[in-house]
Write a protein that binds this ligand. Structure first.
Ligand code: SIN
Ligand code: FE
Length: 320
């Protein structure tokens, strides 16, 4: 496993990393390895400020030594048979006391809950230890265990996360709340293979001209018909189109400047997934925690999606 991929300019493929064909821009490396092995690391203020800046600029904070340990018997959950077949992930909502999307006996479901809850708590310790100033603005959203191989899954192009995209949800408008995610490769053998792509600003410049605003009354109607859980903002509307435009464009998928990275077993990584173009190519078992973060918490808005879109379109994206 390569731990030291920080200063690889210009990067000859280090272990775990490969330059992609078709990348006509300069080689880049968005993966920032961190040494911490504790979910509540002691980090001095200057280091934490630097990490925060990198995260907000669109880097992937990568913790190769930050392992999440199974308790005896929990390894049995590394198997897709625990999914209920309808949903590919087993999910825990922050306020729930039982998982969703799972099947098994009463004790199994309780054990699954304990496992996923423990991951939620570990990842929250990590975020709050590194970025205590995010605390008052952070909302714990879903936690998931994804125990199925992602390669070769039959899904529609829109749901195909092996295509580069930024996260945006059709029915769950975020109204500018940021999406911060902490991932962990819980598979003991196989790496989780990702691609990450060009900075959000470049991506937006390419596709925003093809996006449209909403027609009058559209947001209200979608809310009324329960197509959306709350009223969609123009921000959400444009982000969703950006998500779709990127996934639908196979030439873009092949040619955009990008890097592949293999997160080894036991690795943890953190990213603003509404900002960083990402795709998950291969991997068998992952845990993931999502947070909503108020844009108020962001120190540097230069690269945040709402700020980029507002600048490009010449008006705020959150006014309804
Ligand atoms: C995604 O967020 O697009 C999928 C991440 C993964 O499954 O590794
Ligand atoms: Fe995604």
């Amino acid at each position: 496993m390569s731990q030291d991929t920080t200063h690889s300019t210009p990067a000859p493929a280090a272990a775990g990393q490969a330059a992609m064909p078709g990348a006509d821009g300069p080689a880049f490396n968005l993966i920032r390895p961190q040494p911490y092995a504790d979910w509540a690391p002691q980090v001095d203020a200057a280091t934490a400020a630097g990490l925060r800046q990198q995260l907000e600029q669109g880097a992937v904070l990568y913790f190769p030594n930050l392992h999440f340990r199974f308790e005896p018997g929990e390894e049995r959950f590394l198997d897709s048979r625990w999914s209920d077949g309808k949903s590919k992930n087993i999910n825990l909502r922050a306020s729930d006391h039982a998982v969703r999307g799972a099947q098994g006996g009463e004790q199994d479901l309780k054990d699954l809950y304990r496992l996923i809850r423990r991951y939620a708590e570990s990842s929250e310790k990590l975020v709050l230890s590194l970025f205590p100033e995010y605390g008052p603005h952070l909302v714990r959203a879903g936690t998931s265990l994804r125990p199925s191989e992602i390669a070769g899954r039959p899904v529609s192009w829109r749901k195909d996360d092996t295509r580069l995209h930024v996260d945006a949800f059709p029915s769950n408008p975020l109204l500018g709340q940021r999406l911060l995610r902490v991932f962990h490769n819980i598979d003991p053998q196989a790496p989780r293979v990702w691609r990450v792509g060009e900075p959000f600003g470049d991506f937006a410049r390419r596709f925003v001209p093809q996006t449209k605003g909403m027609w009058p009354g559209q947001a209200r109607l979608m809310e009324l018909l329960h197509i959306t859980k709350r009223r969609r903002s123009e921000y959400d509307h444009r982000m969703l189109q950006l998500h779709d435009l990127a996934k639908a464009d196979l030439a873009y998928q092949a040619n955009v400047p990008q890097q592949e990275f293999q997160f080894p077993p036991g690795a943890t990584w953190m990213v603003f997934s509404d900002q960083v173009l990402h795709a998950a190519m291969r991997g068998r078992a992952m845990m993931e925690q999502t947070y909503y973060l108020s844009p108020k918490a962001i120190g540097d808005h230069t690269h945040s999606p709402e700020a980029v879109l507002s600048r490009m379109l010449g008006r705020p994206m959150l006014a309804s």
